[in-house]
Design a binder for this molecule. Sequence first.
Ligand SMILES: [Zn+2]
Length: 342
Amino acid sequence: MTLASVYGQQRAVDALRAALRGGSVHHAYLFAGPEGVGKELAAVGLAQALTCPDKPLEGCGVCSGCTRIQRGSHPDVLWLMPDAERVERGLAGRADISGTPSRDIRVEQIRAIQERLSLRGLESPRKVAIVASAEAMNPQAQNAFLKTLEEPPSDTTLVLLCSALDRLLPTIRSRCSKVHFGPLPLDFLAQRVQQERKLDPGTAALVAVMAGGSLGRALALDVKALARRKELITRFETLNEADALSLLRFAEEHGSSRDDAEQALAILQVWTRDVAVARAGGASLANQDLEPLARESAARHSEAALHRRFALIERAQGAILGRNGAPRLQLERMLIEMMETR
Ligand SMILES: [Zn+2]
């Protein structure tokens, strides 16, 4: 596992390699892109390339340093994430954390890492700090982190991973060198899903589409949700502004948890794309079994209305990811605004 094993992100990896070889590694990077597309793998690869004694500028992936970076136990490669995430990943026991583990990266954590970074590296002349989900820094934490960006400790590279850029202070964004990570290609996702989840090719292709370019999501996606897909889409198409109760019920049923709401939005996103494809006279729909419904819907919607739908779905996804209020309320708001613009 090194930079070479980051799949489908050629432009990002090329940019990092060029900086490594040209001796122009920035003191702070912002890896921006959806969850589960390789940002973390690239951060590990960069840390290896910066510290590996055996294969400098690339990382060997097998030496003691490289393997400990992968496991998250290298003393000079520090990880910053919310306590809740540390527990979920098995990096901390509940006993290490008093009270309910926080979903935020707190200001105390920033101060602790600042202290560590002010010291010399223990094993490597270079230190790396990886903020696993930078959007989880609460406002106080972001302000404290800003000081580190303004006066970066020597011999340190900071890497912020972020899937919701609008949750970061503009001053943080502007002080980092941004590296963009896009969605992964469908054929790659389908192949990995088929291999790792032992699904038939048809189901794997559908899972790949529903995952919206994220391998993490494709591997975790509940196959039962695919069965619900048809019913969800069919009901969505019958919603209308005159029947407010049906809107509220739809939002309630699909917004009972963050996971359910995210899945429903992913399905509606792919469906909206299908309707747009059908409207443009295209034939390759992801929901092939629902082609007649896609054509019918395409006939009822303008191109502008479909664009607006996309934007509203994305806004709801961002709000749910950023934990801005209950998922049910975000779905309600989205549906009501959608119905206003047919
Ligand atoms: Zn190595």
